[in-house]
Design a protein around this ligand. Structure first.
Ligand SMILES: NC(=O)c1ccc[n+]([C@@H]2O[C@H](COP(=O)([O-])OP(=O)(O)OC[C@H]3O[C@@H](n4cnc5c(N)ncnc54)[C@H](OP(=O)(O)O)[C@@H]3O)[C@@H](O)[C@H]2O)c1
Length: 211
């Protein structure tokens, strides 16, 4: 059985998750930041794409001032192993797994490489590997391309979105989900709103993904 997968993101009121330059920007308010760290602490692994590593260089750890508990396993989808050697996920603060394709022969300091998929990382296969390693709850923290991959493939169980009370704008600013999108509305990915609540100046939306 694959892990339970939660996709979590923070977006502006116009659905953007970064600046038009694609540079990461803090969208969460203090309340949401605390919530994210509590959520991390309750998960066995946190997964991001290499695009997020390159733009945001996240640590993907649990900040002790916000939540208690061990750091989850950090997982990066990185087909060619192009994460920079000085990326924060290689700081040794938590176990890290770099998922590459089978042609990649790179090794990483302070991280284990797992080869799955011939072109991009084969996510169902990776989820099987994670499950064998005891990952029961996986938190997916973006970015847009990775969010699409999980949602399109029916591999996300929950979508949790913090919506801020500001607008970012921009034609090609990253949005919550990218990828190729759906061809017609009959193929829309259906969500069921489980809970909505104000969080400071923003709103938290918690959805179940309908299959
Ligand atoms: N506000 C938020 O909540 C939030 C959170 C995270 C990120 N962000 C923003 O999101 C943006 C980055 O998003 P992004 O779409 O450019 O990159 P991304 O989703 O972080 O990473 C996508 C990359 O992951 C690799 N990958 C490998 N296997 C994959 C698979 N099966 N499915 C999907 N991706 C796979 C691919 O690169 P290779 O082919 O090289 O492997 C792909 O281009 C940044 O601007 C960042 O600031 C915002």
């Amino acid at each position: 059985m694959r892990p339970h997968v939660i996709v979590n993101a923070a977006m502006s009121a116009d659905g953007k998750i970064a600046l038009p330059s694609r540079e990461g920007v803090r969208i969460s308010n203090d309340e949401d930041l605390r919530r994210v760290h509590e959520l991390r602490a309750g998960c066995d692994a946190i997964l991001v794409g290499v695009g997020t590593i390159l733009m945001d260089d996240p640590k993907l750890t649990v900040k002790k001032e916000f939540a208690k508990g061990p750091n989850p396993l950090r997982v990066v989808l990185d087909s060619d192993g192009s994460s920079p050697v000085n990326a924060a996920v290689f700081d040794g603060a938590a176990a890290t797994l770099i998922a590459t394709n089978t042609s990649c022969t790179k090794t990483f300091r302070n991280a284990e490489a797992v080869r799955c998929g011939e072109d991009q990382v084969d996510v169902p296969k990776l989820l099987g590997i994670l499950s064998e390693r005891g990952v029961k709850r996986l938190l997916v923290e973006g970015g847009s391309t990775v969010n699409w991959s999980f949602l399109r493939a029916g591999l996300a169980d929950e979508l949790v979105v913090f919506v801020s009370s500001f607008i970012i704008g921009g034609h090609s600013t990253p949005t919550l989900v990218s990828g190729e999108g759906i061809a017609d509305i009959g193929h829309a990915i259906q969500l069921r709103l489980k809970r909505s609540m104000p969080l400071g100046e923003g709103v938290l939306l918690e959805y179940a993904v309908v299959r």
